[in-house]
Design a protein around this ligand. Structure first.
Ligand code: HEC
Length: 149
């Protein structure tokens, strides 16, 4: 009987660990998705003329992006050791093999947002700002993001 209790306990513990790792992976993905919302759901759509240019919405998107980007090094501290179920992208193991290199990709994003945000006044200047920020996002994605499908 005692042995069964221990075995069930271990099973539950195992399930808990798996769940926690999915939680970490989901949390990391959610941070990126939030950034994606500001970049692609707002700014890129305005650049492409899919939605009308809206200064207040651009300012809000830039402010939110700045607040999210600085969270990357902390949110990506635990290695979830698995990808979000059915995800398009995953985190490369290189992140946890060279965390300092990963973290070093973050300040250039913040710096670029700070530099360009004041210059945006219409769709044309937004395109310049968007491309500058996007280049810094890509600089990390090229090394540390894995395409799963
Ligand atoms: C320091 C590295 C790093 C930087 C900088 C970075 N990302 Fe990511 N990003 C990742 C990693 C790793 C993944 C894959 C794991 C994941 O989705 O959690 C990812 C995934 C994504 C995804 C896909 C999410 C999904 O649906 O699975 C989007 C969208 C994204 N990033 C947007 C951005 C944007 C926009 C920026 C710039 C403002 C940015 N990222 C900057 C590392 C970074």
């Amino acid at each position: 009987m005692k042995r069964i209790v221990v075995a069930v306990g271990a099973l539950l513990l195992g399930a808990g660990v798996v769940l926690a790792q999915q939680d970490v992976a989901v949390q990391q993905q959610n941070l990126m998705k939030t950034q994606g919302k500001s970049m692609y759901g707002v700014m890129l759509k305005m650049v492409k003329g899919e939605i009308p240019y809206d200064q207040a919405a651009v300012t809000a998107a830039m402010t939110d992006l700045e607040a999210q980007v600085v969270k990357i090094p902390t949110v990506f501290t635990p290695n979830p050791k698995e990808d979000v179920a059915d995800a398009n992208f995953g985190a490369s193991q290189k992140i946890w093999q060279s965390k300092a290199d990963f973290d070093a990709k973050v300040p250039p994003v913040s710096k670029t947002i700070a530099e360009v945000k004041g210059s945006v006044k219409d769709a044309a200047s937004l395109k310049v700002a968007f491309d500058a920020i996007q280049a810094k996002c890509t600089d990390c994605h090229e090394t540390f993001r894995v395409k799963l499908k």
